[in-house]
Ligand binder design. Structure first.
Ligand SMILES: [Ca+2]
Ligand SMILES: [Ca+2]
Ligand SMILES: [Ca+2]
Length: 337
């Protein structure tokens, strides 16, 4: 497996295991909720073979199954049963780690260690206020052997450059610490996550070195909330990134006014770009990510999304190696339907 893809695919197989494990052990320990008499064997159930006409009338369609990477997203249909609560799910349920702007977060202050817990989705969020640029060191230790990882993000939830860490210090999966440069004064998010999702308890603390000379000017399109607006049908957009001056990436936002298939593509004469697509409100994990180096060119990338009228999508263009610069052209294609 390509190193660029590794962080994506390794999450999924493990993420569902704790869920099923906890269901089975908890229900095994509890008293049966009902007694069933004369149960019918599966082989004795009525089998229905609908005609083609019947299938058409009830809307049964066959489709092709495909295998895709999923980031921290778990969908379950049916009936969930835990020791003390039963949840009936009609159509299916999707859990997606999501952070909401303006959500109340506990503030971390330098020198203080606080105890925290990750929620069922495996994330706990804190804020940190910086007066100037500087270096923030984050330290976390699991209190329950959960595998932790750390993330420092801006207030949109966008990870900073070099803003993720999962070091498993000394072979202890719950022992994490790292230092990250905050590029200017402002409020940032510190996120303690569990590697496989699910609840965890831990201690977390930060230390801070103010370092104003590390400051770089704000990138005008460097966050989702200041994304450049683009639209279907417009001409190709010419732009560039220059990591050396703090222009690490460019954000774009597009609102679909029709249903169809949207394709964004980048073209360059050199360099190596990464193109990512996000849904509004979840900027830590992309919906789609392209670093395919199409036509053998590191800057040629494309993502395709099926869109509904009124849906808004965000796109981030960054260099594969931070600090690399170069011009690029962004093309927007759309097939209605
Ligand atoms: Ca870890
Ligand atoms: Ca930029
Ligand atoms: Ca690339």
């Amino acid at each position: 497996m390509d190193a660029k893809q590794h962080g994506y695919s390794r999450l999924f197989p493990f993420s569902i295991l704790p869920f099923f494990w906890s269901c089975s052990t908890e229900s095994a320990d509890s008293e049966a909720p009902a007694q069933v008499e004369d149960p019918v064997q599966e082989a004795d159930l009525t089998t229905i073979h609908p005609t083609e006409e019947a299938e058409r009338r009830v809307g049964i369609e066959l489709g092709t199954a495909e295998v895709r990477a999923v980031q921290r997203r778990r969908s379950f249909g049916g009936e969930l049963m835990a020791a003390s609560v039963m949840v009936l799910v009609a159509g299916g349920l999707t859990f997606t780690p999501r952070t909401t702007l303006g959500q109340t977060m506990q503030e971390l202050r330098p020198g203080q260690v606080v105890q925290g817990s990750a929620d069922w989705e495996g994330s706990a969020q804190y804020s940190f206020k910086a007066e100037t640029a500087g270096v923030l060191t984050v330290v976390a230790r699991s209190l329950d052997e959960s595998d932790l990882q750390l993330l420092v993000a801006d207030m949109d939830g966008q990870p900073l450059p070099e803003g993720r860490s999962d070091q498993d210090l000394g072979g202890d999966v719950g022992a994490e610490q790292f230092a990250v440069t905050l590029p200017r004064g402002g409020t940032y998010r510190v996120v303690v996550e569990t590697f496989a999702g699910g609840q965890a308890t831990f201690q977390v603390g930060v230390s801070w070195i103010p370092f104003p000379d590390l400051g770089v000017p704000a990138d005008p399109d460097g966050s989702p909330s200041s994304a450049q607006r683009i639209s279907v049908g417009q001409e190709a957009h010419e732009d560039s990134i220059d990591g050396a001056t703090g222009d690490y990436w460019d954000w774009f936002v597009l609102k679909a006014d029709k249903a169809g298939t949207l394709t964004l593509a980048t073209r360059t004469d050199g360099g190596d770009l990464v193109l990512e697509a996000f849904e509004a409100g979840n900027f830590a994990e992309p919906l789609e990510r392209s670093d395919q180096d199409l036509q053998g060119n590191g800057g040629n990338e494309a993502v395709t999304l099926v869109v509904e009228p009124g849906q808004e999508f965000f796109f981030k263009i960054s260099a594969f190696s931070e600090g690399v610069s170069g011009p690029y052209r962004l093309q927007i294609g759309f097939i209605p339907g």
